[in-house]
Each structure stands twice: as structure tokens, then as C-alpha cells.
Design a protein around this ligand. Sequence first.
Ligand code: TRP
Length: 333
Amino acid sequence: MRDPNKQTIFSGVQPSGHLTLGNYLGAIKHFGTLQDEYNCIYCVVDMHAITIRQDPAGLRRQTLELLAQYIACGIDPKKSILFVQSHVPAHAQLAWVLNCYTMFGEMSRMTQFKDKSSKHADNINVGLFDYPVLMAADILLYQAHKVPVGIDQQQHIEITRDIAQRFNGIYSDTFVIPEGFYPKVGAKINSLSEPSKKMSKSDENPNGYILLLDKPEDIMRKFKRAVTDSDNRIIRAEGKDGITNLITIYAAATGKSPEEVEAEFAGKGYGAFKPAVGEAVVELLRPVRETTEDLLKNKDYLEQIYQEGAEQANAIARRTLDKVYRKIGFVKR
Ligand code: TRP
């Protein structure tokens, strides 16, 4: 399954909420298509999730739900490695080593830390601060060449590269220097209720986001209520963030270009367009939701997937960790 002639892709998603249409169109939808070209490794990063307080039963459920959704979105466990971060101890072990090669000052500049600590001012824990180093360990353990993530993760990719280069500089080549792999234009999906902001599951208004597991009637309702301007023309333009976002979504859901969408709806109004976007999204997500629901009924199958995934991931990760331990001077056991 691992082809030494192919580059490696690693990506992780936190099981700290539910996946949105934005996650799907921006990233996860493309994971499946990468499997033939690369050795792909996809991880449910439960250790990152606990940097924000989680309800234990919820975390357990969401971890399985995310695994099921990964598969439903097209990740084939026969082609890719699919595993849970806490099942592979090398993540925590390498993160500790890398902590000692990461400067307090450079970590203090991380914008996600600043954002999250202002949002969770009552729980600014050291894990939250250290989050990027654990992420660096995730990526570097697998000698990943490419890391598909949203553009908001760019700073974390940069610090991963800095840490890897620093370590390689001191101890000779140890880590592949990874590159961020950012989705192309059109994949950035904004909120339906505040269309100038990114669609996010942490949005307080659930009408702002579409979840992959939302029921068709909820999807239709959210699109019918989507915030738009009042000029009633279906074109992309400044000041028309809502309609521009809906055009992007309709285009991505149907595989049409934004120009084709504008032509299709020329002379029609929002009353025709909004339900059409809703229906396109319902059809896009229907197989994902149905497959996820079926998989969640089959816990034995999911367990088999994450057990096998952990074994394969562990073998690769252990090799890198051994190399690191040897280079820094730990006595081999
Ligand atoms: N920080 C990433 C996010 O919030 C999740 C993540 C953790 C990740 N470890 C990773 C992504 C390694 C890519 C590679 O989206």
C-alpha cells in the first residue's frame, strides 16, 4: 500500500464538533481524490481537541462520527491510513522533544492561540499554547511532503517548517520539510447568516452553517433564510457577499463555474435561487449523511478500521521517533 515512489500527505481534523459544508467543500471532498497520487494519512486529532474542554461522552462519539464521515466522504481505508491520534504514543513523545527546539517567543506570535485564548479566557492552558508543536509532531513523524489544510493553518505549517529546519540543521537531515496544500479559490465558504465571515461550527447562530449530517428540511430552511441584499440580481459583486457566497456554494455543489451559475439564473430572483442552492446541497450531502449513518451502526467495522490504522501509523511514526531519539543522544533501550 505504501508506495515509496509517491509523496506522503498528512492531514488532521479535530473531533471537537461537527463537520460543516465549508470543511467538506474546502478540504475533505478533495481528500479522496488524492489517494491514488499520494500515500495518504488522515488523523482524528483528539489530543488537539482537549486543548478546549470537551465533554467525555461527546468526544468519544464525535471521534467515531468523524472517522465514519471521513470514510463517507471518500477516504478508502484500504488505500489510506485512517487513525486516531491518541492511539499512537509517538505524537506526544515527539511533541515533547520538539518543545525543546521551539522558542517561547515564536509561539507567542501564533494568531490562533491569541484568538482561542480570548474566546476561552477562563481556560488558557499550556496545551493550548503548545498546540502548534503537537501539530508539527503529527506532520513530521510521517515525513509528510504535503499537508492539505485551510489557509487559517498557514502559520502552523510555517512553524512546523521552522522547527524541522532547525532540527535538521543541528543534527543533519531527519525530517522532510512539509508544504501546506491550500484549496484553490471557490472553496472558501462563508456563513449564511453573516456572509462576510467564514462558515464555522463555532458560530453562535446555527442558521449560519450547514452540517454534513443536517437533515434535508434543515438545509432547505437555512438556505431560504440565508442573508442576502435586496437588489434581487444573482451576480457576484461587491456589497453582495451573501449572493456571492451562495453562487460559490451552488457552483461547488453542482460542478458548474460561477459564470455558468450567473447565466443560469439571469433574470430570475432570489425566490428561485435560494431553494435551488438548498436542493443542490441536499443532493450533494445525501450520500455522505446516509453512508455515515450506516457506518455508525456498525461499530465493529469502525473499530477494525481504527485498529488497523493505528498499527500502520505506529510503525511509521516509531521509525521517525527512534531516529530522533538516537540523534539527540538518548540511550537506546
Ligand atoms: N490544527 C488543524 C486544524 O485546526 C488540525 C490539525 C492538527 C492538523 N494536526 C494536524 C492539520 C496536522 C494538518 C496536519 O485544522
